[in-house]
Design a protein around this ligand. Structure first.
Ligand code: HEM
Length: 462
């Protein structure tokens, strides 16, 4: 087959299909993807190289596993792609928020939301992050066992709730927390099933729980928006910024209540589980690498001298940040991003037809030995500025890239480093012997059985 396609506005001639598993048993690929997507995607890259073509039910997937190809999709040719698959389901929870909207509407929402995530604005949340971290780990007792994943989920939910809605919700934090947890849990249900969308329309217990929790959450969020509109002014939180935003580059207007609701829900969802997972995996990795943990402790002690960190301390905590970066390399909270092609395009000389789904997996790419020699080894020194400069930019992309790069990236780095520093000042965490550590890639990369850890005070020997 030979045909004409467009790349960067230039017409080129592309040949044949990229390699990939054949469709001997039509459902086999879907089954393997559903059962163990990380192993399946890794085997595709290992067997077929930088582009693998996979017929999956009625769709054709292309797995791209080279930094230049990732850049082509997310940055250079981003106009040729939509987010596509999965969005309809996500919209049941998030409406037309930043994560799920497309095209002009997305661009306008992004312009309106951007100031709320401005570096200086985010820096102001540093103190909240440290205070919440300290309050959470004040409850721990030396020798006690915790589920580090649960603890980090509660903590990051608290942080995003506080920074989004300020003090208003403190007395309702427990109720909002419970509604959010139920909503998100049942939202994960059936995520990878081909008929997941249909399941959600049936009156199954999980679906009913989802609808009820969503209604409770909506009621609270709309009430908060209404109160805020009435009182006016900037309360220093994300909601104030979203409410006050005017689209000066576009139509001059602001967001409706429905748009505010959708963005609030999106930030809740996108902003807490990802960061919680990054922290959980970091505690696990530190527990397995005492030498690296000792370097983190030395850095924190000398930079902070026992006080709580603020945003101003970040430049003095470079190693802690490198540890977080390396943890997100091995366990990227967002382990895959996907796009649907709006038109045909060419990649490495192959034609990729319209409507194809292009997948790019952080999990697969972050373990590519071309960019990360001895990829299974936990080695934060890979993230010194010099070594980072030696790699192509998109060899590492935990926050995506291009116009749809994570809007909360600065927020997440700051929260991650501040919470690590706050907690590691007081405690070291050790994996409970025999606890099974397994990956569960649903929407984010979670620990399947949580991570049960024993809390030891810093003075205590192991
Ligand atoms: C370690 C933590 C985080 C990771 C790994 C992460 C990862 C990502 C990735 C990969 C995307 C792009 C998805 C795509 O291109 O399809 C994304 C988008 C997004 N993230 Fe994050 N994120 C994190 C934390 C946060 C936080 C803290 C917030 C908000 C407070 C946030 C809000 C969002 C939003 C709103 C989008 C959609 C942006 C758009 O499409 O315009 N994220 N995130």
């Amino acid at each position: 087959m030979s045909s004409s396609t467009v790349k960067d506005g230039r017409a080129t001639t592309a040949l044949s299909h990229p390699p990939g598993p054949r469709r001997r048993v039509p459902a086999l690929n879907a089954l393997r993807m559903g059962r163990d997507p990380l192993a399946f995607l890794t085997s595709l890259r290992d067997q077929y190289g930088d582009i693998a073509r996979v017929p999956l039910g009625p769709e054709t997937l292309y797995l791209f596993s080279h930094p230049d190809l990732v850049r082509d999709v997310l940055v250079t040719n981003h106009r040729n792609f939509h987010k596509g698959r999965g969005l309809e389901r996500a919209k049941m929870l998030l409406g037309e928020g930043l994560l799920t909207s497309e095209g002009e509407f997305h661009l306008r929402q992004r312009r309106l939301a951007q100031p709320a995530f401005h570096r200086q604005r985010v820096a102001a949340y540093g103190a909240t992050m440290a205070a919440y971290g300290a309050a959470r780990c004040d409850r721990w007792q030396a020798g006690a066992t915790i589920d580090a994943h649960k603890e980090m989920m509660v903590l990051t939910l608290g942080v995003v709730g506080k920074t989004l809605f300020n003090a208003d919700v403190e007395h309702e934090a427990a109720e909002i927390g419970a509604a959010l947890a139920t909503t998100f849990e049942s939202f994960n249900f059936g995520f990878f099933l081909p008929f997941g969308e249909l399941l959600e329309r049936l009156p199954l217990p999980a679906t009913l729980r989802f609808r009820k929790a969503r209604a409770r959450l909506d009621a609270t969020i709309y009430r908060l928006i209404e109160e805020r509109r009435r009182s006016g002014g900037d309360r220093g939180d994300l909601l104030s910024m979203l409410l006050l935003a005017q689209d000066t580059e576009g139509d001059g207007g602001g967001m409706t209540d429905v748009q505010l609701r959708d963005e609030a829900m999106t930030i809740f969802l996108a902003g807490h589980e990802t960061t919680a997972n990054a922290l959980t995996w970091t505690w696990y990795l530190l527990s397995q690498h005492a030498d690296i943990e000792a370097r983190v402790h030395a850095e924190i002690d000398s930079a902070l001298g026992g006080r709580l960190p603020t945003a101003d301390d970040l430049p003095a905590l470079p190693y802690t940040r490198m540890v977080l970066a390396e943890s997100m390399r091995l366990y990227p909270p967002a382990w895959i991003v996907g796009r649907r092609a709006l038109g045909p395009f060419e990649a490495n000389g192959y034609e990729i037809p319209t409507r194809s789904i292009v997948l790019m997996s952080q999990y697969v790419m972050h373990r590519d030995e071309r960019w990360f020699p001895d990829p299974e080894r936990f080695d934060p020194d890979r993230f010194t500025p010099e070594r980072q400069a030696e790699r192509p930019k998109f060899a590492y992309f935990p926050f995506g890239g291009g116009p749809r790069v994570c809007i909360g990236e600065q927020f997440a780095w700051m929260e991650g480093v501040i919470l690590l520093a706050t907690i590691a000042q007081r405690w070291r965490l050790r994996l409970v012997p025999g606890h099974p550590v397994a990956l569960q890639p649903i929407i984010t990369l979670r620990p399947k059985h949580g991570i049960r850890m024993t809390v030891l005070s810093r003075g205590q020997s192991r």
